[in-house]
Write a protein that binds this ligand. Structure first.
Ligand code: GRF
Length: 200
């Protein structure tokens, strides 16, 4: 059975959606470990509550990014992880780390990529005046939010939306498409062909 490692930095609502989908037997996989670069975050508590191994690897305690990531990779390998899911993980992944899990690392982003990559996504989308936004699950490549797109979901942007109301509407879709992308991966149904991901 596929073993998943989830990297988090905060609230962990996407982690929760993945846990719930696994517990409901919608995905045949197991979360082997949840790793946070920030100790004490809610995501770690969510994991523990469901009997999932939760580890904090505080990036601030390392002399550089490479030694920090070595620890993370070691933790993932120790747990035989075959898929790494970034779920609100707020650090950029180095090219070495990406290469280590090439085609086996996914991220969820709260916009319809390639629009609005990076940070402050909903604010930028509102400032830009888009009428439709949404979320994207993609494989991670060496760029920031640039990897092959697996699933997207669109939501309307309303005239009176605030960052909070738009984020909430998008988040609801995130919680639907992230578990779905993981299910497809776990069933061997995702085929990467260049920039495109075919669902077979
Ligand atoms: C989500 O909006 C996700 O798209 C982005 O970070 C946020 C994480 O939220 N990458 P949560 O920690 O999963 O609740």
């Amino acid at each position: 059975m596929l073993k998943i490692g989830v990297l988090v930095s905060g609230r962990g609502s996407n982690l929760q959606a993945i846990i719930d989908a696994i517990e409901a037997k919608k995905i045949k996989a197991e979360i082997a470990v949840v790793i946070s670069n920030i100790p004490g975050v809610a995501a770690l508590d969510r994991a523990k509550k469901h009997g999932i191994k939760a580890v904090a690897v505080n990036d601030k305690e390392f002399k550089d990014k490479s030694s920090y990531e070595k620890d993370i990779i070691a933790e993932l390998e120790k747990n035989n992880v075959g898929l790494v899911c970034l779920a609100g993980y707020m650090k950029l992944i180095s090219p070495e780390f990406v290469r280590h899990f090439k085609g086996k690392m996914m991220n969820i982003h709260p916009a319809l990529l390639p629009a609005f990559p990076g940070l402050h996504v909903q604010r930028t989308a509102l400032e830009h005046g888009v009428k439709i936004s949404g979320c994207t699950v993609h494989f991670v490549d060496e760029g920031c939010d640039t990897g092959p797109i697996i699933i997207q979901a669109a939501v309307p942007v309303l005239d009176d939306d605030t960052q909070e109301s738009l984020s909430a509407r998008i988040l609801e879709q995130e919680h639907r498409i992230y578990p779905e992308a993981i299910r497809l991966f776990s069933e061997g149904k995702l085929k990467i062909e260049g920039r495109r991901v075919k669902i077979i």
